[in-house]
Write a protein that binds this ligand. Structure first.
Ligand code: V47
Length: 369
C-alpha cells in the first residue's frame, strides 16, 4: 500500500483498522484486543503497511544479516515434544552427541571464513554433565576467539541448573565466565498452558522460560525470543505470547529480537497439520512488529520461511534475515526444503532487491564492515 497518507488512511478505515492506524501513527501501545483484531483481518496489505510504518520509524530503509555458523552439539533429548523432529532418545539410530574436540573441529574447519557468531544449541541430554557445557564454551572460544558465542536456550540452562544443583543465576554466571555472550530464543514455543500440555508437557513452563531470560538479563546477558506458530494454537494464544514477552521486556530491556518460527510438520508427531501459509507467516511477522513496540528487531528467519517469504517479510515489519547458517538441523529434520546455507552475496541480493540497504551486523546489531 504505497500511497499518500489520505488514501492509506481510507484503505485502513475500510479494513476496519482506522483506530489502530491512529495509535500506530501516534506511537501508542496496542492492546490485546487490537492484536486479536489485526489477526482477524484478511487485509494483509493493510496489516503489513502498519507494521512497515513501525519498522521504518525504528530503523529506516535497512535490513540486517549476519555471517554465522550453527552448531548442534547433541540431539539427544528427553523432552519428546510432539512438534520436534530434531530431538531423539538415547540410543536412537539418528541420535548424535559431539565430543568437545569434534565440536571444536567443526569450528576450526571454517576458521578462514569471517564468521562473527556461533549459534550453539542442543537437546536436553541426560548424558552430559554441567562441566561439558562450560568446557564446550571455553574450547570454542579458544578455537575461534573472534566469534561471539550465542548459546543454549532457556530449556538447556534450566536443565543445567537441575543436574548441577546450582541456581539458574549461578549456572548463567559460570557460562558467562566461560565465554557465553548471549542466548538464543528457542524453547519458548507458545506460552499457553493448554498448548504446552499437548505439545510439550515435560518441557519447562512458560513462567520458567521467562524466569531464565529474566535472570540472564539481570546478569547483562542479552537474549532473543521465539514464537512457534502454525500448529494448534489460537490467534488469542499468539497475542498472549507476544504480550508476555512485551511485559518482560518492559521489566528488563534485555531482548534483542523476536523470531517467529513457522511450524514444520514433516517427521514430527503432528505431521497431519498442514504447514503455515505465506499469508499467515507475513501476518504473524507484521503482528509481532506491531505488538512488540519495545523489541528492537523482528527476524524473518529464512530457513523456516523460505527465502522468498523471508524477503517479502522485510516489507511487513521484519528487519533481519538472520544468517549464512550452514548445517541447520532443527528445521531440516522437520522437512524444510530450504538450503543448508546462504552466501553473504545471496543475502545481500535478497535485501537489495527488496529496496533496502543490506547491513552486515554482529550479534548486537552493530554494523560491521
Ligand atoms: O526451540 C522445533 C523450534 C527452535 C520445529 O535466537 C521448530 O537468533 C518449526 O530457536 N518446526 C529452534 N520449528 C530455532 C530457534 C532459532 C532459530 C534461529 C535464530 C534464533 C535466535 C533462534 O525451533 C526450537 C523450537 O521452538 N522448532 N521443531 C519444527 N518442527
Amino acid at each position: 500500500m504505497d500511497m499518500n497518507n489520505d488514501l492509506a488512511g481510507e484503505a485502513l478505515e475500510r479494513a476496519g483498522l482506522g483506530a489502530i492506524h491512529e495509535k500506530v501513527i501516534k506511537g501508542q501501545r496496542l492492546t490485546r484486543e487490537d492484536g486479536i483484531a489485526l489477526f482477524g483481518s484478511r487485509d494483509l496489505l493493510a496489516v503489513g503497511y502498519l507494521a512497515r510504518i513501525v519498522k521504518e520509524r525504528l530503523l529506516g530503509a535497512v535490513a540486517f544479516y549476519i555471517y554465522n555458523q550453527h552448531l548442534n552439539y547433541s540431539n539427544v533429548c528427553t523432552n519428546g515434544c510432539t512438534f520436534c523432529a530434531f530431538g531423539k532418545p538415547e540410543g536412537h539410530p539418528e541420535a548424535f552427541r559431539l565430543t568437545i574436540e569434534h565440536a571444536a573441529q567443526k569450528v576450526k574447519e571454517r576458521i578462514h571464513e569471517p564468521i562473527r557468531e556461533l549459534h550453539i544449541v542442543g537437546g536436553v541430554d541426560p548424558g552430559l554433565p554441567f562441566a561439558y557445557y562450560v568446557d564446550l564454551l571455553r574450547e570454542l572460544k579458544s578455537a575461534r576467539p573472534d566469534a561471539h558465542l550465542k548459546a543454549f536456550t532457556a530449556v538447556e540452562v534450566a536443565h543445567m541448573a537441575e543436574i548441577s544443583g546450582k541456581s539458574r543465576v549461578q549456572v548463567l554466571g559460570e557460562l558467562k565466565d566461560a565465554g557465553l555472550g548471549s542466548m538464543p530464543g528457542g524453547g519458548a514455543e507458545i506460552f499457553s498452558p493448554r498448548v504446552r500440555k499437548k505439545l510439550c508437557p515435560t518441557k519447562l513452563s512458560a513462567d520458567e522460560w521467562l524466569d531464565v531470560h529474566r535472570a540472564a538479563h539481570g546478569l547483562g546477558i542479552r537474549t532473543n525470543a521465539t514464537m512457534l506458530y502454525g500448529h494448534i494454537e489460537t490467534s488469542e494464544e499468539r497475542v498472549d505470547h507476544l504480550i508476555a514477552l512485551r511485559d518482560l521486556q518492559d521489566e528488563t530491556g534485555g531482548f534483542m529480537a523476536l523470531i517467529p518460527l513457522a511450524f514444520h510438520p514433516a517427521n514430527t508427531g503432528l505431521d497431519h497439520i498442514r504447514p503455515a501459509t505465506g499469508f499467515d507467516s507475513l501476518k504473524t511477522i507484521a503482528l509481532a512488529r506491531l505488538m512488540l513496540d519495545n523489541f528492537p528487531h523482528i527476524k524473518a528467519y529464512w530457513v523456516m520461511l523460505g527465502t522468498k517469504v523471508a524477503q517479502v517479510a522485510l516489507s511487513f515489519g521484519a528487519d533481519d534475515l538472520d544468517g549464512t547458517i550452514m548445517e541447520e538441523k532443527i528445521t531440516h529434520m522437520a522437512g524444510a526444503e530450504t538450503a543448508q546455507s546462504l552466501t553473504r552475496d545471496e543475502l545481500r541480493r535478497l535485501i537489495s532487491a527488496a529496496g533496502l540497504e543490506p547491513v552486515e551486523r554482529d550479534t548486537f546489531y552493530n554494523r560491521v564492515e
